[in-house]
Design a protein around this ligand. Structure first.
Ligand code: T5A
Length: 218
C-alpha cells in the first residue's frame, strides 16, 4: 500500500501520563509535513473550543467531589463528539492527516477499565456521539512506571490534575487495560517501547507507521 494517495489518515497516540504522546505527536507531524503531507495535530480531551471547555471541567472539576465515573465518561464522549464532527472528520475529508494525542481508547482504558464503567458502555457512547470512528492506526506508547514518574516529576513537580493525580493502583489498571485493548485488536494498534530517547522512540514510530500503513512519500 502507498500512503501518497492524497487521502488523509487518522493516527492516534495512546498511553499513560508521561509516556511521551504529546512529544511524539508533534515529532510525527513534523516528519509527515517534511514529506509533503498536510497534517493537523490535535488532542483529547480538547481540539475544539467546546471540547477544550469540557477539558477544563474534567481536569479541574468545579468542586472537591469531582465527577462520578459515569458523568466523567459522558463528558469525555461529549467532548469527543464535538471534536470528531467539527474537526477530525472535516480534516480527513479534505485529505489532511490528523495526529491526535489520545482518542477513544483512553476512555476505554481510564473510564471503562480502571473506572469500572465497562467497555460496552464506552463503545456505545462512542457509537452514539462519534459514529464509532476509529483511527487508521493507534500507537500505544508503553513506558515503565519509573520512567514516566521521573519525567513527570522533572516537568511538573507535585502539580497534578484530577485524573493524573489518582492512585498508582488506578494508573496500573489503566496501563493493563491499554495493553489488553492492544493485544485484543492487533490490526488497530501498534505498541512502541517509549523508554528510549525521544529520537529512538520517534524512529520506532516512523518505522511502525510505514510497516502498517505503507511507504511514506520522500
Ligand atoms: N483521559 C483522557 C481520560 O481519562 N479519558 C479520556 O477519554 C481521555 C481522552 C488528559 C487526562 O485525561 C485522561 C487522561 C489524562 O489523565 P493530558 O494532560 O492531556 O491529560 O494527558 P497526559 O497524558 O497527562 O499528558 P502528559 O503530557 O503527562 O503525557 P504525554 O503527552 O504522554 O508526555 P509528554 O510528551 O508531554 O512528555 C512528558 C515529559 O517527558 C519528556 C517531555 O519533554 C516532557 O517533559 N519526554 C521525554 N524525556 C526523555 N525521553 C523521552 N523519550 C521523552 N519523551 C517525553
Amino acid at each position: 500500500m502507498n500512503v501518497a494517495d492524497g487521502q488523509g489518515r487518522f493516527i492516534a497516540f495512546e498511553g499513560g501520563e508521561g509516556a511521551g504522546k504529546s512529544t511524539q505527536s508533534h515529532l510525527l507531524a513534523g516528519a509527515l509535513r517534511e514529506r509533503g503531507l498536510s497534517v493537523e495535530v490535535t488532542r483529547e480531551p480538547g481540539g475544539t473550543p467546546g471540547a477544550e471547555a469540557i477539558r477544563q471541567l474534567l481536569l479541574h472539576p468545579p468542586d472537591d467531589q469531582g465527577w462520578g465515573t459515569p458523568a466523567e465518561a459522558l463528558l469525555f464522549a461529549a467532548a469527543r463528539s464535538d471534536h470528531v464532527n467539527q474537526r477530525i472528520k472535516p480534516a480527513l475529508a479534505e485529505g489532511v492527516w490528523v495526529v491526535c494525542d489520545r482518542f477513544v481508547d483512553s476512555s476505554r482504558a481510564y473510564q471503562g477499565g480502571a473506572g469500572g464503567v465497562g467497555d460496552d458502555a464506552i463503545v456505545a457512547l462512542h457509537a452514539f456521539g462519534s459514529a464509532g470512528l476509529r483511527p487508521d492506526l493507534t500507537i500505544l506508547i508503553a513506558v515503565s512506571e519509573e520512567k514516566a514518574a521521573s519525567r513527570l516529576q522533572a516537568r511538573d513537580g507535585a502539580d497534578n490534575d484530577a485524573i493524573g493525580g489518582r492512585s498508582a493502583e488506578y494508573h496500573a489498571e489503566v496501563a493493563a487495560a491499554f495493553r489488553a485493548l492492544a493485544d485484543a485488536d492487533p490490526a488497530s494498534f501498534v505498541i512502541v517501547d517509549g523508554d528510549g530517547s525521544t529520537k529512538e522512540v520517534h524512529d520506532a514510530i516512523l518505522e511502525a507507521l510505514e510497516t502498517r500503513l505503507g511507504k511514506l512519500p520522500g
